[in-house]
Design a protein around this ligand. Structure first.
Ligand code: SAM
Length: 202
């Protein structure tokens, strides 16, 4: 049976609305997704944006579900799932791509893994490529809603390495990896979609 994340159904159209103009700047972009989860986002975005190739990846335990979504969608422009655990930094699958996309991963990974994800994104991106990160974030060290604060508490209680990240801390990591913040989109349900661009011209 295919895994199903209700949040993906709710957030996919608002995210697609932001991805579409960003990814329209390339004729045939390749997009690496880190932490594809169920695979719902990948097949939805690939179907809506047929000019791109969407490369799904995650830790091996999620591959059966991703494969189920991929098989059903039967799209020519979806690759993977590839094994990609950002913690396994040296072995990590790292194709050269125009865009790296990841949703709802930074608060699940440890901070060290977030560091590794940003570095991996930077090393995968072609010059002028973009790193797109979606999820809940703190701003200036503060939660942006009571709901996010409760969610953060629940995450930390279930596993101390998890937690909602501070956008400024992430941006500092990105800057060290030669990624500069281009846009922060406010998204529904107190989420953000952040776009960093790698140094160089598109
Ligand atoms: C909350 S789920 C989000 C899934 C999907 N992107 C979405 O928005 O529904 C977090 C995802 O991060 C992945 N993840 C956690 N740690 C990871 C790591 N070290 N390397 C790669 N992916 C990781 C999990 O396997 C899972 O798919």
């Amino acid at each position: 049976m295919k895994p199903f994340a209700p949040a993906c159904e709710r957030n996919r159209d608002p995210i697609l609305e932001k991805l579409r103009p960003t990814l329209a700047q390339w004729v045939r972009p390749r997009v690496l997704e880190i932490g594809s989860g169920t695979g719902q986002h990948g097949v939805y975005f690939a179907a809506a944006l047929p000019h791109l190739t969407w490369i799904m990846s995650d830790r091996r335990e999620n591959h059966a579900g991703i494969e189920a979504w991929r098989e059903e969608a039967a799209l020519d422009n979806v690759e993977g799932p590839h094994v990609l655990d950002v913690a396994d930094f040296e072995a990590a699958f790292r194709p050269a791509v125009e865009a790296v996309y990841s949703a709802n991963t930074a608060h699940i990974m440890s901070w060290k893994q977030v560091t590794q994800m940003v570095s991996l994104a930077s090393r995968s991106l072609l010059s002028g490529g973009v790193f797109l990160l979606y999820g809940p974030f703190k701003r200036g060290g503060e939660h942006t809603s009571e709901g996010n604060e409760r969610f953060d508490g629940a995450l930390r209680e279930s596993a101390p390495h998890m937690g909602i990240r501070d956008l400024e801390a992430l941006d500092a990591l990105a800057a060290k990896a030669q990624l500069h913040c281009e846009e922060v989109h406010q998204m529904p349900a107190n989420n953000l979609l952040v776009r960093w661009r790698s140094a160089g011209s598109a």
